[in-house]
Write a protein that binds this ligand. Structure first.
Ligand code: ZZB
Length: 258
């Protein structure tokens, strides 16, 4: 699986992160790296997800930059020329997903200038980087979880301000309009993020519709078909240093659809 690793820069840490870690990272550029198959949707990021029970590593990747991913992901990256230390993992600290929630980020290409880390139970530690950037306009999982967090902010220990953004249209599809994930969650009667079976179906259609029928409605490629834009956005981000190429060895890929 060939992912684009989106570099989401930490602006301000949540209160739960220790002062020691904060001071260690004070002079570094620190990025959560989110693995995506949909780089063209990055305009519509409203937040980023971590698994609350997942352990993340804080890793030095060169003189100035620090990445936060699962240990498994950084190990793969160390063999893919992403880090300056070939084959070597340099860990600074370990942090728990639940402690990351509330951290603010600068997400490349996003229309919003600041987004927040939020919890999502369905994030798999065995796939991608364990960090999932959220585009509720086009990802049914992201949409269902965003709505759940909005409904039950207090239960999830979240400041309602972190889930107060409108969903941002990124592309339009002939059948589902410019909020494809919302339309599909409604069509398949997805009630919550736990509705795994319906979400798998919704996701499959969202991928196909978005890729084959999607036309951009936001950003510099507005009016162009997703099929032509996808790699342009990816290449541009990699070139300007806001993303990295990350591939997952076959056999390690695990998805909820099996
Ligand atoms: C942004 C985005 C926008 C995504 C979209 C999808 C969609 P897949 O489809 O199962 O092969 N993802 C990445 N890592 C994880 C993880 N560890 N646990 C759970 N979800 C993860 O997986 C690829 C997509 O699943 C990735 O692309 C990421 O969400 C999420 F509009 O990034 B995506 C119709 C989907 N639309």
């Amino acid at each position: 699986q060939e992912y684009t690793g989106i570099k989401m820069q930490v602006l301000e840490w949540s209160e739960k992160i220790s002062p020691e870690i904060k001071s260690t990272l004070a002079n570094k550029q620190t990025f959560f790296v989110a693995a995506t198959l949909r780089p063209e949707t990055m305009y519509g990021q409203t937040n980023c997800y971590v698994g609350p029970k997942i352990e993340y590593g804080v890793f030095s990747v060169n003189d100035d930059q620090v990445f936060i991913t699962t240990e498994r992901a950084i190990r793969n990256m160390a063999f893919q020329g992403v880090t300056a230390y070939e084959g070597e993992v340099r860990k600074i600290a370990t942090i728990k997903g639940s402690d990351i929630v509330g951290t603010s980020l600068k997400a490349p290409l996003a229309v919003l200038d600041r987004i927040f880390m939020l919890p999502m139970e369905s994030v798999l530690p065995t796939k991608g980087t364990g960090v999932v950037t959220s585009v509720p306009s086009d990802s049914p999982d992201d949409y269902a979880n965003y709505m759940e967090l909005r409904k039950k902010a207090e239960f999830y220990g979240i400041d309602p301000a972190w889930v107060s953004h409108d969903i941002i249209p990124v592309l339009k599809t002939p059948t589902y309009g410019d909020l494809t994930a919302k339309a599909l969650c409604e069509k398949f009667k997805v009630q919550s993020p736990k509705d795994a079976k319906n979400l798998v179906e919704a996701k499959e259609i969202a991928y196909k519709e978005g890729f084959y029928g999607g036309v951009m409605v936001t950003g510099e490629f507005t009016g162009q078909p997703v099929q032509e834009v996808k790699n342009k956005v990816r290449d541009e981000m990699i070139k300007n240093g806001t993303a990295i190429a990350y591939s997952e060895p076959e056999g390690m890929v695990m998805s909820r659809s099996g």
